[in-house]
Design a protein around this ligand. Sequence first.
Ligand SMILES: *Cc1c(COP(=O)(O)O)cnc(C)c1O
Length: 385
Amino acid sequence: MSNYNKIESAVIHGGIYGDKTTGAVNVPIYQTATYEQSGLGENTGWEYSRTGNPTRTSLEALIAELECGKKGFAFASGMAAITAVLSLFKKDDKIIISSNVYGGTFRILDKIFKNFNIKYEIVDTTNLDLLEKSIDVNVKAIFIETPANPLLTITDIAGVVNIAKKHNILSIVDNTFMTPYLQRPIELGIDIVIHSATKYLGGHSDIVAGLVVVKEDTLAEKIAFIQNATGGILGPFDSFLLIRGIKTLAIRMDRHVENAEKIASFLQNNKAVKKVYYPGLKDFVGYEINKKQAKNGGVMMSFELYENCDIRKFFKSLHLIALAESLGGVESLVCHPASMTHASIPKEIRDKIGITDGLIRLSTGIENIDDLIFDLNQAIEKSEV
Ligand SMILES: *Cc1c(COP(=O)(O)O)cnc(C)c1O
């Protein structure tokens, strides 16, 4: 039994807290590859740091607790975490992915796992009837992102769980955009949650890391085996930095969301803006479903400027908000999905799913809201030709 009930306390005290030997308030960085054994077959429970390292184990216990899962696993990147999960599958298995999944998820299925005859199918998972109709005997998993990147499309998590259970297949959610502070898919019945911890969990754009949390023991055993066998683990120092980042997750997310809500309404009321995609707006398509499964609309949003705006000029004119890949850091970042994050998706597919050349994605940071709106406003004005 822990002596707290709420996630705002769990982010600080969760997992394995402190150090029994010295009383150190923080988990030490066990910067070691191996551990001395006192005799043959006699060890401390720690043998080799690919298999287990106390700093990483602390982080893994923390994320499992936050996501309400059985066990957590830390990897060297979000893509290494996704690779480990996809390694559960074998020849002829098929995985359904939502349209608008992270470009790297599409790329690894299309360019790497396809070579091993593991197949994928892109389905509009916002349409549960369509999703159910796409399931054939080879489908072994449904892999969704909600909100999905970059149009913030919302998929009904409980609906996916129902379909997956009925067909006895796995359900997987990439929960990077929401974090366990805003959305906990395992509580809704999802089997596996994945994070690019590079984003909100790390929170400071200073590490690349990935996490996996599983709902049940059998899956935990399989992922533990894959993690040790394939070796894409997170090192002790980065594990420490990630634990430190997670301590401020709740307070950062509150400010991120507060700023995002204000920016979304600023953009919606700006005459140069054609469309705003933000799950926190009442007229957004997925608003009601998102409200049912997440604490609020989150932070990420995308928007399109009218054709009379020069998008290159817009990006050039921003002074405070940086043009960069990635998201989820304390600093605000913008990106151009068509040429950056989603460039690996062919243009025909991009246009079909709505990732137009005029789309701008904004990751709102925790700066002062007036400074952020000032910067966006002047850049939009300068972009008008
Ligand atoms: C960034 C990202 C990834 C990949 O994570 P890395 O840490 O960059 O390897 C996966 N999914 C989503 C939704 C992401 O934003």
